[in-house]
Design a protein around this ligand. Structure first.
Ligand SMILES: O=C(O)CCC(=O)C(=O)O
Length: 279
């Protein structure tokens, strides 16, 4: 078992698996993501000025290859996770001159009694298609903030709120530098695994090139999730397009979560950590 990586994920809220993609796949992903970005509407650009883009991975069957990438699934298994499921994925491509991403977490089931457990209920698998550094907008994180209270928790607005994504006011605390933040520079083709509860942001992209990441949401042990979270995960799962080739459809369908119970999904508009637990 990859105990060190699992321990880091539990302690810090993230870990890196080096060199997981080969050059051919990176090159095909670059071409496909560039094509999507070239066709971006002005409306999309304005709505996602901070992220750069927010395309669904269901836009091209090539992403099925990445979603079901055996070395990544093997990594999850080697870390001790037994039942990984996949719900949704996004292409986030920061153009030159874009502002830094705001501080946020990507978890919505804070009402559940298990919300502060050490074991992650949802993780991001991030694949950067370019080497990242502070100049081109690498990730920043606050280690441990997936479980520990942080002063930022008291002042954050709703994650992915439209006013934040369109960068209406860069003086908001969500765009601030934090004393306990660290940079997470990464090489293209590495895999970054992070707990959905982790506070994260990025630097602005001050380089002359796009900086693209593909973020895939996995539930590393879907079978152990509380019923209402299972229902929420199934509810948010992206539909696989009917016109994808059968093998691409099959790759993703095999990983999509299945839940036949009657629990009511948690409401994604309820996004606040429990103030009871903020000490
Ligand atoms: O662009 C990045 O590096 C991270 C994107 C992200 O975390 C988000 O948009 O939620």
């Amino acid at each position: 078992m990859r105990k060190n990586r699992y321990d880091q994920l539990i302690r810090d809220g993230f870990c890196i698996c080096p060199d997981l993609l080969h050059a051919d796949l990176i090159s095909r992903l670059r071409k496909t993501t560039q094509r999507l970005c070239d066709a971006m509407t002005e409306e999309h650009k304005a709505r996602f000025r901070v992220q750069g883009s927010m395309f669904h991975t269901s836009l091209d069957p090539l992403f099925a290859e990445l979603i079901a990438w055996p070395p990544a699934l093997d990594e999850l298994k080697a870390m001790g996770f037994k039942d990984p499921s996949f719900t949704d994925g996004y292409i986030i491509s920061k153009p030159p001159g874009s502002p830094g991403l705001f501080w946020h977490y990507d978890w919505f089931a804070w009402e559940d009694p298990t919300a502060y457990d050490p074991h992650p209920q949802q993780v991001f698998l991030m694949y950067y298609l370019d080497d990242t550094c502070p100049e081109n907008g690498c990730l920043r994180v606050i280690p441990g903030s997936h479980r520990d209270h942080n002063p930022l928790h008291d002042i954050l607005a709703k994650p992915h709120d439209e006013a934040l994504s369109s960068a209406k006011d860069l003086d908001r605390p969500e765009f601030s530098r934090r004393p306990d933040e660290i940079d997470v520079p990464i090489y293209a083709g590495d895999l970054l695994i992070g707990d959905a509860r982790l506070l994260h942001a990025t630097h602005p992209n001050t380089s002359n090139e796009r900086r693209t990441v593909i973020t895939l949401w996995f539930q590393p042990d879907f079978c152990d999730l509380p019923e209402r979270i299972k229902a929420q995960m199934v509810h948010k799962t992206h539909t696989i397009p009917d016109d994808w080739p059968p093998d691409a459809r099959e790759k993703v369908a095999r990983l999509n979560p299945v839940y036949h119970g009657n629990a009511i999904p948690y409401d994604r508009t309820y996004y606040k950590r429990n103030p009871r637990l903020t000490d």
